[in-house]
Design a protein around this ligand. Structure first.
Ligand code: G
Ligand code: G
Ligand code: MN
Ligand code: NA
Length: 251
């Protein structure tokens, strides 16, 4: 209840902010875009992580308004980036889909910001598809038709990840960081990650590895043919840097 009241105030007094974490291509070692991540800049408690408040926002229905704020803000900011080739990835809660009208909101955010739809990515988790309603699949198709990229987030953590892939044509799959953490430490994990990357290849879906923290992981991911990487090794969530400056010294 305390968080709920706080969230209502946060919306009213504009206490949310977006930070951006870079995503790099392993094929040509260039920056491809950023994932937008919400932060709550609380006037007395400091920065509050979404881990603390997104679940409350979902339970109380506030996620609808917060999610819409995130979407519009991310589109607006990305439209102003110097490098017009970079994408912006936005996380969507399943509850935002249930609220309906998702494609209308996406279309409006694109229109008002002037952002090229091809620069927007929507990240959804498998739990969205557990509901498995036709409406969800239809909504994803509608958004996809706008030219927006659809990425499956935290892949591998759900119950039957593979079956979801056949229900909706995803453009991208993000391998959950729990797998990347054990890469090179555990043969089973290595095999799973290699298989997901192979699956991506055969389905013509790009694969992003999340939570990449060291060079050994990069070496293995490269060898396996992973397309994109994101993680502390490449950059923490923060401000978007001007492309005029070197972004990161690639490992
Ligand atoms: O940024 P951080 O690692 O603290 O994020 C923690 C979790 O919160 C992640 O699972 C991330 O996907 C989620 N998250 C971050 N920003 C948003 C957002 O804008 N909307 C939703 N629905 N989830 C977010
Ligand atoms: O669930 P989602 O992929 O949206 O989560 C993104 C969150 O993962 C971000 O909040 C970010 O803080 C966290 N994250 C990003 N890179 C790393 C990493 O290299 N290591 C760890 N432990 N967390 C990361
Ligand atoms: Mn994500
Ligand atoms: Na994730």
């Amino acid at each position: 209840k305390e968080i709920e009241d706080g969230l209502i105030k946060a919306l009213k007094y504009d206490q949310f902010e977006l930070v951006y974490q870079p995503q790099f291509s392993l094929h040509d070692d260039t920056l491809k875009g950023y994932e937008a991540l919400i932060r709550w800049e609380h006037p007395t408690k400091g920065t509050i992580s979404p881990d603390v408040f997104i679940a409350v926002a979902e339970d109380t229905g506030l996620i609808e308004e917060i999610g819409d704020w995130v979407l519009r803000k991310a589109c607006k900011e990305a439209a102003r980036w110097e490098d017009r080739g970079l994408h912006v990835a936005v996380n969507f809660s399943p509850a935002q889909f249930r609220a309906g009208e998702t494609q209308i909101k996406v279309a409006r955010a694109l229109k008002e910001s002037g952002l090229d739809p091809r620069r927007l990515e929507i990240e959804i988790t498998e739990s969205l598809l557990i509901a498995d309603t036709e409406a969800v699949v239809d909504t994803l198709r509608d958004i996809s038709r706008l030219g927006v990229t659809i990425a499956m987030d935290d892949f591998g953590t759900g119950y039957s990840s593979l079956s979801y892939l056949s229900r909706f044509p995803f453009d991208k799959i993000k391998i959950d960081r729990s797998f990347i953490r054990n890469l090179g430490k555990d043969l089973g994990t290595d095999a799973i990650v290699t298989s997901i990357i192979g699956l991506g290849r055969s389905l013509n879906v790009l694969i992003t590895a999340e939570g990449v923290e060291n060079q050994d992981q990069v070496t293995l991911l490269r060898a396996a043919g992973c397309d994109l990487v994101q993680g502390f090794l490449y950059g923490r969530p923060g401000a978007v840097r001007s492309p005029a400056r070197p972004v990161v010294s690639l490992p």
